[in-house]
Design a protein around this ligand. Structure first.
Ligand SMILES: Nc1nc2c(c(=O)[nH]1)N[C@H]1C(S)=C(S)[C@@H](COP(=O)(O)O)O[C@H]1N2
Ligand SMILES: [Mo]
Length: 330
């Protein structure tokens, strides 16, 4: 067989397999039943699935951080909102910029190697569904209208790594006040750009449920912490962090913080989401950070602070209980 599947009783149970490898293999195997085995032989190697764009990138060394000039560049650095403080050292910028999850570009963490040429302008965000002011917003217009602020947040990936970074962005609550959801809107569905010419993996990994989508309840979206981030470390987002606009929901696992958003839809029913569709038993819709609830394949009790070699206890709601407990109690 061209894909070696580990028996569940083999190997240490606490090893964290990155989301990508394990889940997508199952999906891949399923899809290959339809496409025939030849494609499988072409795309996979002994160790798993090759990332063909890695071959093209070989020998080239792109810049780690690229932040092009835009019509909103002058808003940075934005004033920091001191209400949100984190008792933990900031992650170094070059560490955060070199360790990303952004499946559309690459399924390994070195996303920065594949983002050259990504264009964050012109960019529009379609606001649609159960909302009083539906509109296709030009991003610059939206950013200037709402304004940006800086917030230092903890950030926790479901794979048990964590960082502390200064985001800049639009408070989601202000966005909701601008567009005015209707009374029937119970959820919000967010969508990432779907363009195979821009994102190589949307073409190569055609069996994944593109476009990447995520969702929140309207109350979660309206929480004071929820941020539509447009910047990081005092400037606009480099492509690997989800340029030009992405969600940041610091009390939830990182996969909820969807990148490169082009559409925000207000719905009555709970939206389907990318990871939940791939593996519902592993990636729930709510996915609040909780040290007491292990992932089916690893513990969530501790987390690795990237770039430091340190492992620290995971905090319930990622340390944001005082802000979000009310959403889930009673
Ligand atoms: N569109 C899109 N959004 C995404 C992802 C992705 O693959 N595609 N990965 C998610 C995951 S798993 C994490 S942990 C965070 C990582 O954000 P960062 O790379 O800025 O640290 O982005 C999230 N948003
Ligand atoms: Mo993640």
């Amino acid at each position: 067989m061209f894909i070696k599947r580990k028996n569940p009783w083999e190997g240490p149970s606490m090893r964290v397999t990155p989301e990508e490898v394990y889940i997508e293999r199952r999906r891949f195997i399923k899809s290959m039943a339809g496409y025939g085995l030849m494609a499988g032989v072409f795309l996979s190697g002994a160790g798993g699935i090759i990332n063909p764009s890695a071959l093209f990138a070989m020998g080239k060394k792109p810049p780690l951080i690229t932040v092009p000039e835009t019509p909103t560049s002058m808003l940075y650095p934005a004033k920091r909102n001191r209400r949100f403080r984190v008792k933990r050292a900031l992650t170094e910028e070059k560490i955060a910029a070199a360790y990303n999850n952004f499946y559309e570009f690459s399924t390994n963490k070195k996303v920065w190697k594949y983002v050259e040429g990504f264009k964050a302008r012109p960019w529009t965000v379609e606001v649609t569904g159960l909302v009083k002011r539906p509109k296709v917003y030009d991003l610059d217009e939206l950013v200037k209208k709402i304004g940006v602020e800086e917030r230092v947040y903890r950030f926790r990936c479901v794979e048990a790594w964590a960082m502390t970074v200064p985001w800049t962005g639009l408070p989601m609550r202000k966005f909701l006040n601008l567009v005015e959801p209707m009374a029937g809107a119970k959820y919000i569905r967010f969508r990432t750009l779907y363009d195979k010419e821009v994102f190589p993996q949307q073409k190569l990994r055609f069996w994944l449920p593109w476009p990447y989508e995520e969702g929140l309840t309207i109350e979660e979206a309206g929480n004071v912490l929820t941020l539509l981030a447009t910047g990081i470390y005092g400037h606009e987002l480099p492509a690997q962090h989800g340029s030009p606009i992405r969600l940041v929901i610091p009390w939830k696992y990182g996969f909820k913080s969807i990148k490169s958003i082009v559409r925000i839809e207000f719905t009555e029913t709970r939206p389907e989401t990318f990871w939940n569709t791939l593996a519902p038993e592993e990636y729930g819709f709510q996915s609040n950070v909780d040290p007491a609830v292990p992932h089916p394949r690893w513990s969530q009790a501790t987390e690795k602070l990237i770039g430091t070699g340190m492992r620290v206890p995971t905090l319930k709601y990622n340390g944001y209980g005082e802000y979000v407990k009310g959403l889930y109690e009673g």
